[in-house]
Design a protein around this ligand. Structure first.
Ligand SMILES: [Zn+2]
Length: 174
């Protein structure tokens, strides 16, 4: 059966950001698919007939999903609906990272205003408030964007991608 052995990858980390994808090969393919979405790689090629990972001429087994190429077959282009699943993951994750970073900047700005307007004594010193604006802006943007946003975004994005892939498998079961 095509896709058998898809869960064969041992020694893989047990999930990212607390979410374990039921389709580990989708995580392996995500970066490749993003390159394809950005058109950094040729549209045409030789792809696994099950997971649509790009194959080398010598591959008898798909390096991504471990399907036998004899069984899975090959296609010369990745279907748009499949690309859309990876795009959904990429967009969702990006949105969470960016809005997280933006919230961090807003928080630093709020702190800055609070200190300038209400800060007693040294806390109200504009130089300190300015340092909080710059330093806090950086730290909060990292914390809410790169750290928290990326994790939440990964979970939500990967779930979205995985359910789109599940629907694809459902409608293309041979
Ligand atoms: Zn494959």
């Amino acid at each position: 059966m095509a896709g058998e052995g898809a869960h064969a990858g041992t020694g893989e980390p047990a999930g990212i950001a607390g979410y374990v994808s039921p389709y580990p090969y989708l995580d392996r393919l995500q970066e490749k698919m993003e390159e394809r979405l950005a058109r950094k790689v040729p549209v045409k090629g030789r792809f696994c007939g099950f997971c649509f990972g790009r194959l080398r001429e010598s591959d008898a087994v798909c390096p991504f999903c471990a399907s036998s190429i004899d069984t899975a077959g090959t296609v010369d282009e990745i279907p748009q609906d499949v690309l859309k699943a990876y795009q959904a993951k990429q967009k969702t994750e990006g949105l969470w990272v960016h809005s997280g970073a933006f919230s961090g900047l807003l928080l630093a700005m709020a702190l800055f205003l609070l200190m300038v307007v209400w800060g007693p004594g040294l806390l109200g010193h504009p130089a300190l408030a300015f340092a909080v604006l710059i330093g806090g802006g950086y730290v909060f943007a990292q914390l809410f964007g790169t750290f928290l946003g990326a994790q939440i975004g990964y979970r939500k994005g990967a779930r979205k991608r995985d359910s789109m892939w599940a629907r694809w498998l459902e409608s293309h079961r041979r």
